[in-house]
Design a protein around this ligand. Structure first.
Ligand SMILES: [Ca+2]
Ligand SMILES: [Ca+2]
Ligand SMILES: [Ca+2]
Ligand SMILES: [Ca+2]
Length: 631
């Protein structure tokens, strides 16, 4: 079959090249019914490709047919072109009614694999990867400034399945897609369109990490906010980003039970359609078995009425979903994966579970990366993607076990990604009662070597002065020690209660981190930002937000650019804010990044109160009952 197809394709190529077929009608035939679909165009995938094919011979930058929806790629409906009887057939001079029904299989649509959609790059020349079917030789890769690809930046035709982009991309969000190509024939349908963000300065190596919560794929970061006590059951809200900044009111409200909204995170693109997904944790659902609901992104953003995928814990009391995070593409299959912690599973030893993404969502295997032992108390109390911190090409994970070891010194476990998950490397704090691993988060590339780093918080260090520990990427993680530690200076303030990447707040091209210290200054709270640096690794004089009031900093986050001005913006939650005596209402602040650091844009509150701002998609979750950290 392949040989026959190949010969026919060659014949068509030769005919096209000679000019004798330049006006033939080449149409798709419905594979199931054998019905020619050229005239009526009963569906969007039946496309007249004549002009595109002719153009493609001379110009690889030919545009896609305008009437082809961009996101309808489907490997289950192969494109087949036939040469109908009206074709001036140079191969066969038999009467038309005696000719066989000659068909040529068009190249299949490529499937994009890396870098993950909505990720951040550390440089301007990414290595793009995709998958081709056996009958497709080349890919036509298009880089665009917009999702619809009306602003084509460059098109490159390449044999095989990888391409290091040949020119430096400009800072900001770019979109890309690919068409299959065999000889002169190009698939008429594009792959899904993926996006990534290019930094202002390029490190020596371009890798990708993280995810931005751009749920509608318009290039502007959205903000998801959790209010776990809203209406007594919990809710999560999405505030849309746009060219004019973040919207005043949420565009989407999703509801659940069991303190739904205790954690909200963008978990990246789990189904490979190019849009980031929203995951919401409800650790007290079903007698604290816990649950995590995933809402899929789309051109219209999060559809609150659409079916959600919900995964749950194993037993009552597990508190599955007490933390969750985008794991990145841990197994390298081109679908994002998700990690979920259940800190009290297995007799309070704890557990972390990895969920593999797939074309229909979480259809891949569910893999328990490790159960804590009796010495690893609350394993999974914090979980995070660790980017590719060991530089082997697979995304890795970091799992905190803050009450491990005598005296609650704490530990964190670096879990290598790969075709199968590797044995965790144990990282330990240096002090007893440190609660090392209470918070773990990827940090971005704060030392500008092109590889993503991560940070571990120890809020109970030195009688709750607290500390954070930065781990730069490295190949061997066995026995790894922190690259540097920053100690809290005042006891009882729990510095490092929250840690998060902040992306590039000041626009110097190097990623920064933000620390939430909600108990600073008599529980008013503050959120210092430490600037990454190519020379000193974290600026000693941070920008400091707050102190404010009402446990400002309980949730912190960055890695978004709401208004697309090139400076990363920051959100900080203050969930114990209230306007009158009674339950906490909560709200959160939006800070715009700028060359001299962040500046307050405004405060936003959830329409239903309920500990609003206790969780923010751009940062760490709250532990709103403070049962771990009562100060
Ligand atoms: Ca998606
Ligand atoms: Ca994957
Ligand atoms: Ca790795
Ligand atoms: Ca780095």
């Amino acid at each position: 079959m392949k040989t026959q197809r190949h010969l026919i394709a060659c014949a068509v190529m030769a005919a096209l090249a000679s000019g004798c077929l330049d006006r033939v009608t080449i149409v798709r035939v419905d594979a199931a019914s054998d019905r020619v679909a050229s005239d009526e165009r009963p569906d969007a995938s039946a496309v007249d490709v004549t002009s595109e094919l002719a153009m493609d011979v001379a110009n690889d930058r030919a545009e896609a047919p305008m009437d082809v929806p961009n996101d309808t790629a489907s490997e289950s409906t192969p494109d087949v072109v036939s040469l109908p009887d009206s074709t001036p057939d140079v191969l066969d001079d038999r009467p038309s009614d005696e000719r066989p029904d000659v068909r040529v299989r068009l190249p299949d649509v490529p499937r994009l694999v890396a870098p993950m959609s909505t990720s951040f790059l550390t440089g301007a020349t990414p290595r793009l990867r995709w998958e081709l079917s056996a009958n497709t030789d080349e890919a036509v890769v298009e880089m665009c400034a917009d999702r619809a690809c009306t602003m084509l930046e460059r098109s490159v035709t390449v044999a095989g399945t990888t391409l290091v982009w040949p020119v430096a991309l400009t800072p900001g969000t770019h979109f890309w897609r690919a068409f299959g190509k065999t000889g002169a024939l190009r698939s008429s349908i594009a792959s899904a369109t993926w996006q990534f963000h290019v930094p202002r300065r390029s490190a020596a190596v371009t890798t990708a990490w993280g995810t931005t919560p751009d749920f509608n794929g318009d290039g502007f970061t959205d903000v998801a906010m959790g209010a776990p006590d809203a209406l007594g059951a919990g809710a999560a809200y999405v505030y849309p980003g746009s060219a004019s900044g973040i919207g005043n009111t949420p565009s989407v409200t999703v509801r659940g039970t069991g303190r739904f909204g205790y954690v909200v995170e963008s978990v990246g693109d789990l189904n490979g359609d190019g849009f980031a997904e929203l995951a919401v944790g409800a650790p007290e659902a079903a007698s604290s078995t816990g649950a995590v609901s995933v809402f899929f992104g789309s051109p219209r953003g999060i559809d609150a009425s659409a079916p959600r995928t919900t995964v749950t814990g194993a037993s009552s009391g597990d508190e599955f979903g007490v933390d969750l995070n985008a794991a990145g593409d841990v197994n390298g299959d081109g679908y994002g994966d998700m990690i979920v912690g259940a800190r009290f599973a297995a007799m309070r030893a704890g557990r972390a579970s990895l969920f593999y993404g797939g074309p229909a969502g979480l259809t891949g295997g569910v893999f328990e990366i490790a159960s804590g032992s009796v010495t690893a108390i609350s394993f999974g109390g914090s979980v995070s993607g660790a980017c590719d911190a060991d530089r082997d090409g697979f995304a890795d994970m970091i799992v905190g076990a803050p009450f491990a070891f005598a005296g609650e010194a704490g530990a964190a476990y670096f879990v290598r990604g790969g075709p199968s998950v590797g044995t965790p490397a144990e990282l330990r704090g240096s002090a007893t009662s440190e609660w090392f691993g209470f918070g773990v988060r990827r940090a971005g590339d704060v030392d500008f070597d092109g590889h993503c780093d991560f940070v571990v918080g120890s809020p109970n260090d030195r009688e709750r002065a607290g500390a954070i520990h930065l781990y730069s990427s490295r190949v061997d993680w066995v026995g790894a020690r922190p690259t540097l530690s920053i100690l809290g200076s005042t006891r009882m303030r729990a510095f490092g209660y929250r840690v998060s990447d902040a992306r590039d707040v000041d626009g110097d091209g190097v990623d920064d981190i933000i620390v939430g210290v909600p108990d600073e200054a008599a529980l008013m709270g503050m959120a210092p930002i430490y600037r990454g640096s190519a020379t000193t690794t974290l600026d000693a004089v941070p920008y400091s937000l707050g102190p404010n009031a009402d446990r400002f900093g309980r949730a912190v986050g960055g890695h978004g650019d709401f208004d697309g001005d090139g400076f990363s913006d920051i959100v900080v939650g203050e969930p114990e804010f209230r306007t009158m005596p009674g339950p906490f209402e909560g709200h959160f602040a939006v800070f715009r990044g700028g060359p001299t650091g962040p500046s307050l844009l405004r405060w936003l509150s959830a329409p239903e109160g309920g500990y609003a701002g206790g969780a923010l998609a751009l940062g760490l979750q709250t532990r709103s009952r403070a049962r771990w950290l009562l100060l």
